[in-house]
Design a protein. Sequence first.
Length: 162
Amino acid sequence: MGQKQSATEEPEEIDEGAVLVAKVEDFKTSKKLRTTVNDREIVVFHHLGKHHALDLRCYHSGGPLHLGEIEDIDGRACVICPWHKFKIVLESGEGLYQGVDPREPKRTKKWFSKGVKQRTHKVTVRNGGVYVTLSDTSTMWCDSDTYAKEKFIDQPCPDPVA
Ligand code: FES
């Protein structure tokens, strides 16, 4: 099952491990923010009134998701990786793909989920601050964990492939 983590505008309290990454007003000029939380590279998106935090580097091959655009795919807000156009659901980190169900007579293309591929992190908004709490990496493997390792942190996260 996917981890469903998104912003709560006025929570009871802030998690002990939450890290202040920005002010709410920082998202007025840009709808995305690249940051680091406890040595993990994160991107925070602000989309349709909600904040979503995901691992910065795409699960497929480490592409820079902070340079990706947001699109509605089958009713779900997704970031489109600028490198190979993989679609990742902001809310859950699921990878989406389009395919045909051969059992269906019409064989029209539909969107399917590959399951959770990109790690999401909890976002809490409190008193004008945006806080990120890293998800527990010990309970579930996500493909994006591969590119969240220390060896990638000092490497540049380059612009999209031309
Ligand atoms: S690196 Fe993101 S789609 Fe390939």
